[in-house]
Design a protein around this ligand. Sequence first.
Ligand SMILES: CC(C)(COP(=O)(O)OP(=O)(O)OC[C@H]1O[C@@H](n2cnc3c(N)ncnc32)[C@H](O)[C@@H]1OP(=O)(O)O)[C@@H](O)C(=O)NCCC(=O)NCCS
Length: 207
Amino acid sequence: MIARLARRFPNLAADVARHFEADQERSLLSQVVYALESQGVWAVAVYRFGRWTYREGPTGAAGVPFKAAYHALHKAVEVATGVVLPASADVGPGLLISHPGTIIVHPQTRIGAHCSVGQDTTIGTTGRGGNGVPSIGQDVFLGSGCRVLGGISIGDGASIGANAVVLRDVPAYHTAVGVPAQVVPRRSIVPPVAGLAPGQPPGRKGT
Ligand SMILES: CC(C)(COP(=O)(O)OP(=O)(O)OC[C@H]1O[C@@H](n2cnc3c(N)ncnc32)[C@H](O)[C@@H]1OP(=O)(O)O)[C@@H](O)C(=O)NCCC(=O)NCCS
């Protein structure tokens, strides 16, 4: 039954699997409970439901209850968790939101597969007339409190430091820190905290 659900909803299965990866010391039951209790999983599950509703779900009158349910759940998640992750954003499989806290994602954002987003993070426009939206590659690590703003690209495997304000492109497998963020040479690729693993260059264990 679980295997069949995972095959039917592979992106959501990949999201939940990220929580399992985060702490492999736990028993399977403990991992399942941990994932179900995770506010990040609630938010991502509702996002995936919204994507399904609008892209694959029933159309016309038959789709109305699904769309209504999605909007109610989206609002409930927003109020309960502070995560705003609209179904129109394009997020690849394996998104990890491991801690509760406000996360705002612009509706036109693109986020690649296997990314990690820390709490208190904003991904959106610069405001005041700037309407470009970030495009984020795969295996990207967004540290807690960061802001990624404007029509910029964050390359695959990049890491964004805690509290960074990123206003320019970040090349693949580079790290950006500070306000405004600067790209720094990368000395370490060890995950700073279990469950919030920075992206790793290709070929390394765990990629
Ligand atoms: C960005 C990050 C992943 C970099 O890790 P790293 O690749 O190991 O990089 P280093 O620790 O070698 O740091 C490289 C340089 O950037 C600086 N730096 C690192 N993180 C920084 C940050 N968030 N803000 C400002 N400067 C930072 C370091 O001081 C160092 O500068 P120096 O060369 O002048 O000494 C990590 O520092 C970080 O910010 N992680 C976020 C963790 C997080 O969100 N935790 C929340 C858990 S709930």
